[in-house]
Design a protein around this ligand. Structure first.
Ligand code: ADP
Ligand code: MG
Length: 238
């Protein structure tokens, strides 16, 4: 259930007939159960690479494999299905729906994936407990702290059992203690659920326990910090 990204290039039109080269020949590999961080200065292409890995944007070139399935060449409907069923996304902004309780946020995601919410209520409760929200199932976003909202967001990303979890700056709205707790939670959830997890963060202090750190600059992955043999990058043949 790994995530393999190979030789991704992505450009955006800049409005003047030229292009912005947001991602340049980026490759990475995240094994199931591992969490790899992607870090680098603002504008270096982290969110763009994550959006490509999450099948939100089609790259100009390159390959994405989720648990062996190649995404290049899939039709739009097939990509949407992969996104719904195999990928969990967590963004900085939690995008929770104001009128829904924590439990309902998760059950709505179940419904959107074409499953029956009534069959997943127990699972929703288990997930909310797993992210530390026992006793908050019935609270709406306005009744939750920023850290708690981010935990609901994470639980929602996991409710449909994704194989890959993509997380963009989940701690930037939190203080460093809460941020570190969220990263710890993400690492543990990925390990327990055998999910390949790619975490964008420029908050290096919170990344001491991840399985590897990729450094990005001007669209390229320029360096990697290993922890064991959990991942490889820089175009390694995988
Ligand atoms: P990061 O997440 O590392 O801050 P981004 O992936 O958001 O970087 O952006 C990479 C580059 O692509 C930047 O130069 C940014 O201005 C540009 N960019 C991002 N999104 C778009 C877009 N939708 N249209 C045009 N340029 C974009
Ligand atoms: Mg970004």
């Amino acid at each position: 259930m790994s995530l393999i990204v190979k030789n991704i290039n992505l450009t955006y039109p800049d409005g003047d007939g030229a292009v912005v080269h947001a991602v340049r020949d980026a490759s990475l590999h995240v094994e199931a159960g591992r969490t790899v961080a992607l870090t680098g200065p603002s504008g270096c292409g982290k969110s763009s690479l994550l959006a490509v890995a999450g099948a939100l944007i089609r790259p100009d070139a390159g390959s994405i494999k989720i648990a062996g399935q190649e995404l290049a060449g899939l039709r739009d409907e097939e990509l949407a299905k992969v996104r719904r069923e195999r990928i969990g996304l967590v963004f900085q902004n939690d995008n929770l729906i104001p009128g829904l309780t924590a439990e309902e946020q998760l059950l709505l995601a179940v419904h959107v994936a074409g499953r029956r919410p009534s069959r997943h209520r127990k699972q929703a409760h288990e997930l909310l407990s797993a992210v530390g929200l026992d006793g908050a199932f019935d609270r709406k976003p306005g009744q939750l702290s920023g850290g708690m909202r981010q935990r609901v967001n994470i639980a929602r990303a996991l409710i449909n059992g994704p194989e890959v979890l993509l997380i963009d700056e989940p701690t930037s709205a939190l203080d460093s203690t809460r941020g570190a707790a969220i990263v710890e939670l993400l690492i543990n959830l990925a390990r327990e659920r055998n999910i390949a997890s790619l975490l964008v963060s420029h908050d290096l202090e919170t990344l001491s326990d991840v399985d590897g750190i990729l450094h990005m600059l001007d669209g390229s992955i320029v360096d990697e910090t290993h922890s064991g043999h959990a991942f490889s990058a820089l175009g390694a043949a995988v």
